[in-house]
Design a protein around this ligand. Structure first.
Ligand code: CTP
Ligand code: CA
Length: 227
């Protein structure tokens, strides 16, 4: 390897990353959301760019700053995130770090719902598209490497292994987000890389380090030294 290649192992590669939560509107002023901060996904985008990749970062609503030299594609809902992802294809690698809302409101209201009725409102939820599974199961134009995340509060590895199969992706990065870990929204992460070959548990480290380690592994696969 020349020193440039060693420095920029992802030069010439297109890497798509989703990050952050999605917001699903109830009415113009209210929404359903989750606790995703976008820190891990944004850190992966930064690490991919540092490794020389062309990065497409599709981000839900977050408060973290844009990674250096990356202009994220901003979306709000799961449906918008899917559309942005499909527009960004083809890519060499797709990493789905977003915490996509599993359900949207079936009948989001065009006007603010008022509370001057006798009963509290009730809502019908409809399942959102699974963006990761949609891309992982593409018959043509599938990225060479499709990576999902699994944030779990119990049975972390068991759930991650199931997700690897049902979603059809190549890797799952699994982590424990039970409240006592304090991980959701924090700066550190303890993850397990689940592949067809087995489970690799990485020591607790900063989300930036998780991102760098992950991109180094991605580069190994793309450059043919490991599967
Ligand atoms: N994901 C996605 N689109 C969805 C739901 C999830 O792309 N509508 C992706 C996430 O970005 C993540 C992976 O799928 O990479 C796993 O998300 P997770 O919420 O853990 O899995 P679900 O299949 O939604 O299962 P559950 O929430 O019931 O655990
Ligand atoms: Ca989910």
């Amino acid at each position: 390897l020349s020193s440039a290649a060693a420095d920029k192992p992802l030069a010439g590669k297109r890497v798509l990353i989703t990050s952050g939560p999605t917001h699903e509107p109830i009415d113009p002023v209210r929404y359903i959301a989750n606790r995703s901060s976008g820190k891990q996904g944004h850190a992966i985008a930064a690490a991919a760019a540092a490794a020389g990749a062309e990065v497409i970062l599709v981000s839900g609503p977050v408060h973290v700053p844009d990674p250096a030299r990356i202009s994220p594609i901003h979306v709000t809902t799961a449906k918008q995130m899917l559309e942005a992802v499909q527009k960004a294809l083809p890519v060499d690698v797709a990493i789905f770090a977003a915490a996509v809302a599993d359900w949207g409101i079936a009948d989001a209201q065009p006007q603010k719902i008022k509370k001057n009725k006798s009963d509290a409102p009730s809502f019908t939820l409809t399942e959102n598209p699974d963006i990761l599974a949609t891309v992982a199961k593409l018959k043509s134009g599938r990225p060479r490497l499709v990576v999902g995340f699994a944030a779990e509060t119990e049975h972390v590895l068991e759930h991650a292994k199931t997700k690897l199969k049902t979603k059809g992706c190549d890797w799952i990065v699994a982590n424990d987000v039970s409240p006592q870990t304090g991980i959701m929204g924090g700066d550190r992460n303890t993850v397990h890389l689940v592949t067809a070959g087995g489970v690799e548990s990485w020591p607790p480290q900063s989300k930036d380090d998780v991102a760098r380690t992950l991109m180094a592994r991605v580069a190994q696969v793309l450059n043919g030294s490991q599967q």
